[in-house]
Design a protein around this ligand. Structure first.
Ligand code: CA
Length: 676
């Protein structure tokens, strides 16, 4: 037990001097030993060690003196923190950054605070989210890829090790209320059932309350929904029910409940809606509203040009930027599509846009709850658009059933898809849109989700507000920021240190860099403090270093997941080099002019790879989905009384990756699930 944590309860004179310096930093209120006393903690050791009893114990209570340990509270003025991250949305989606889809909530946060145009993800869902909650790189946190592709290496096993406690745990042990709403994609697939273990469910990672789904995506009409670790079915008998609204309602309830019980207690919420990951499931009201706006009638090439012009006008990209060219060899230009394809694709994108707009609206209701309770002024809101670029996993044609992609079916012709035209977005579909739209939603960049070497896969955007602290309202920040920087920023904002030890386990260093300095107008244009960053996803990689970006050339489209993988992803690459300080859109490859820089950055990538457990590199995609991994039933004796469905129907619903694999029953799936 470190001495610093003993001091506030220790009466021994020999320790008094040593304790003094820490006492000064600690905020204590109330009479020590009284039931109402509070204290902050040093935070170096979590949980804070039990204080020594400071009263007097005799054989008789009348002659004894009671003593209560002080309640642990965060530093005075520590803000509420609302951390919002949406799913599968590229730079050109929100209106806040020049997109055509109305996102007034994000606009208003930008106007009340700051917008950031160089915020980077890892190119994929749970890797970004592991980095976001731990402040460590995704391979460091065991999430080189999603858990559904996990392999038995420290960088890829989808296990967040005990030496990397999450921001939820740190804030909880420092006196915050902590909650997580929406997508939980950092639970290993092999722990996502009712036998657990639950240490890597949100409630096991420092979030006192969880309301959401476990896995990569969810049917928003009938989700695999949990409250803490108990599955719930609030949608039964309510055909209008939708998770986007359901989770906003539940978050508002939660905030209100905490506030009414203890108005002084700061709240930390991770808010992670399923939108806009497939399936796109907005309400009809929002589909009708977007349809009436006719935003997409002239096709995806025009959408791209219009978005680019908006971005320049708004000043959210450099005005001298070049628009990256349309990939005619990958995606058919709009005017070469058949009339039927155009009709179908417009329907696809309107439902996607409705989903994005609906989601932003519901996020606005959660923010309003802070305002209604008078708590918005001291609330730090971090709203990140997308955990990766827009998804192209629907392939060039889109699909009425995303799961078809996971099974290698990604070319369903338009005339077949038209059978779902009228029900697109309802519970009868599990949809994805044409990749042409996805490309346009990543404007001004190219490529998509999964592409870790292209800005279309990794360059997100973000807005941040904190009325009590950020005064440079409506301004833009261009510093390089990565999702690993969010944890150290929250810690600096709250005045809480990164712990050296949690549950007796020494903690690995935080790898991100706080961007709190960018909150001040005087630092608007200072160079980024985050100097170097690697990117790696399924064998495609890049290295950012003080404005330079070394990229491996894209060698497969995201929907081509079933081919032969590159056997030597470290060396068997075409290298491209960009100067992002003058080339905002990564459109001018200068590798041929700077061979020394290319060589230097390649070496640097190897050093980063060794440091952050990126090796062994693996370029396979689908092959890893079926790789052997721990299984909740692997050690169990085979039993004729258990079927695939009885093992998973309640716990997993539509994603039964952890279940044994005998033949499924002949009953239609939904009937089996409903009957259970
Ligand atoms: Ca995602």
């Amino acid at each position: 037990m470190p001495q610093e944590d003993k001091q506030y309860k220790c009466a021994l004179p020999s320790l008094a001097a040593a304790a003094l310096s820490f006492t000064q930093a600690r905020e204590v209120t109330g009479e020590p030993g009284s039931p109402s006393a509070t204290t902050t903690i040093s935070g170096k050791q979590l949980p804070a060690p039990e204080p020594k009893f400071g009263g007097v114990i005799k054989q008789d209570a009348l002659k004894s003196k009671p003593w209560w340990a002080p309640r642990i509270v965060p530093p005075k003025q520590a803000p509420n923190v609302l951390l919002i991250i949406t799913d599968d949305a590229g730079f050109g989606v929100p209106s806040t950054f020049g997109g055509v889809i109305p996102t007034p909530t994000m606009d208003s946060i930008a106007n009340e605070g700051l917008r950031y145009n160089r915020v980077f993800s890892t190119a994929l869902c749970s890797p970004t989210r592991a980095a976001l909650i731990t402040g460590r790189n995704h391979h460091s946190a065991g999430f080189g890829v999603i858990s559904e592709q996990s392999t038995g290496f420290p960088g890829y096993n989808s296990i967040i090790a005990d030496d990397k406690a999450t921001i939820g745990r740190i804030l909880l042990d420092n006196g915050y209320s902590t909650a997580w709403f929406g997508k939980a994609h950092n639970t290993p697939a092999f722990a996502a059932s009712q036998v657990g273990p639950f240490d890597q469910w949100p409630t096991g990672m420092g979030f006192e309350y969880f309301y959401g789904f476990v896995g990569g995506d969810a049917n928003q009409w009938q989700p695999n929904l949990f409250r803490n670790t108990t599955q719930i079915y609030p949608f039964e008998g309510k055909p209008e029910w939708n998770l986007i609204t359901g989770m906003a309602d539940d978050a508002i309830d939660y905030i209100t409940r905490i506030h009414q019980t203890d108005p002084g207690k700061p709240i930390f919420i991770k808010y992670a809606p399923g939108a806009t990951h497939a399936p796109h499931h907005p309400t009809k009201k929002w589909v009708d509203k977007i349809h009436a706006m006719h935003l997409f009638d002239d096709g995806y090439n025009k959408l791209r040009e219009r978005t680019f012009e908006n971005q320049k006008k708004l000043g959210v990209i450099d005005r001298e930027s070049n628009l990256t060219p349309w990939p005619d060899d990958v995606l058919k230009p709009w005017d070469q599509l058949s009339a039927e394809e155009q009709k179908l694709f417009i329907r696809q994108v309107e439902v996607f846009a409705a989903y994005a707009a609906y989601n932003d609206h519901e996020i606005g209701r959660v923010i309003q709850a802070f305002e209604d309770l008078g708590r918005l002024d001291n609330t730090l809101i971090i709203y990140i658009n997308g955990d990766n670029g827009t998804s192209a996993e629907g392939g060039p044609l889109g699909t009425p059933n995303e799961v078809a992609f996971f099974n290698g079916v990604n070319e369903m012709p338009a005339d077949v898809q038209m059978k779902w035209y009228d029900v697109w977005g309802t519970e009868e579909t599990y949809i994805h849109m044409s990749a042409g739209w996805s490309w346009a939603f990543d404007t001004p960049f190219d490529w998509f989700k999964q592409n870790a070497s292209r800005l279309g896969g990794i360059n997100q955007n973000m807005v941040v507000s904190w009325p009590a602290r950020i005064k440079d309202k409506g301004a833009l920040r261009k510093q390089f920021i990565h999702v690993i920087d969010v944890v150290p920023t929250i810690l600096e904002a709250t005045g809480i240190p990164a712990p050296g030890e949690v549950d007796g386990i020494e903690q690995a260093p935080i790898e991100g860099t706080s961007f709190l300095y960018t909150f001040d107008a005087k630092n608007a244009d200072v160079p980024s403090r985050h100097k170097t960053q690697y990117f790696e996803m399924m064998g495609q990689w890049a290295l950012y270093d003080e404005g330079w970006l070394l990229s491996t050339k894209v060698n497969r489209a995201p929907w081509e997941a079933f081919g032969v993988a590159n056997p030597d992803p470290l060396n068997n690459q075409v290298f491209q080099l960009y100067d992002l300080t003058t080339d905002f859109t990564q459109s001018n490859d200068i590798a041929a002019e700077h061979p020394d820089k290319v060589a230097e950055l390649r070496k640097k990538f190897v050093r980063e790879a060794e440091k952050y457990q990126i090796f062994p590199l693996d370029a396979s995609v689908a092959a890893r989905i079926v790789a052997p991994r721990p299984n909740i039933t692997a050690a169990a004796p085979s039993s004729s009384t258990r079927t695939r469905w009885s093992a998973c129907r309640k716990a997993i619903r539509r994603s039964c990756s952890t279940a044994p694999t005998p033949s499924p029953p002949t009953l239609p799936y939904r009937k089996v699930a409903r009957r259970a």
